[in-house]
Design a binder for this molecule. Structure first.
Ligand SMILES: [Zn+2]
Length: 156
């Protein structure tokens, strides 16, 4: 049977998956292994939730969902790989929940807030009379696109 309390620590798990987590706090940024971007994946190091802010659509609510997506495997196989599956006589009954957590809307709002902050900082930068560089402008447009994506895809 699945034992959620045996799931690995998300930070340790994602690092073991080769993700280079950048930033501080609950949400970290990493390259998306699903479509090969350099910085579009957001990972919650407390809950294990992840979401790609580009259009590839990868997202899930825990490290089990990530393992399943990366390996293309079943829930049980992912749980076994992560050491949180314990054989139990009642497994045949199949009563326990065998699904990964979906990416929760609440987490989507948190990610939105972080990207909104980036947009705000760019805006303040411009407001102070500094010319937006092409890089700033590109980052601003990209962040704006991500917010639109989350609203249209994740929160629908
Ligand atoms: Zn992606």
């Amino acid at each position: 049977m699945f034992q959620r309390d045996r799931l690995p620590d998300p930070l340790t798990y994602y690092q073991s998956q080769g993700l280079h987590l950048q930033g501080r706090g609950r949400w970290r940024t990493a390259g998306c292994p699903f479509h090969g971007s350099s910085d579009s994946l957001r990972v919650n190091v407390e809950t294990g939730a992840f979401v790609c802010m580009a259009a590839c659509g990868a997202r899930g609510g825990d490290v089990i969902a990530f393992e399943m997506a990366m390996q293309g495997c079943s829930f049980v196989a992912a749980a076994k790989a992560l050491g949180c599956w314990v054989d139990h006589p009642s497994d045949a009954a199949g009563k326990e929940r065998r699904r990964p957590l979906p990416f929760p809307p609440r987490e989507a709002l948190e990610v939105l807030a972080e990207d909104a902050m980036l947009i705000t900082l760019c805006g303040l930068h411009a407001h102070h009379g500094d010319e937006l560089t092409d890089d700033d402008r590109a980052a601003w447009l990209e962040a704006h696109g991500r917010v639109q994506f989350i609203i249209s895809e994740v929160l629908k």
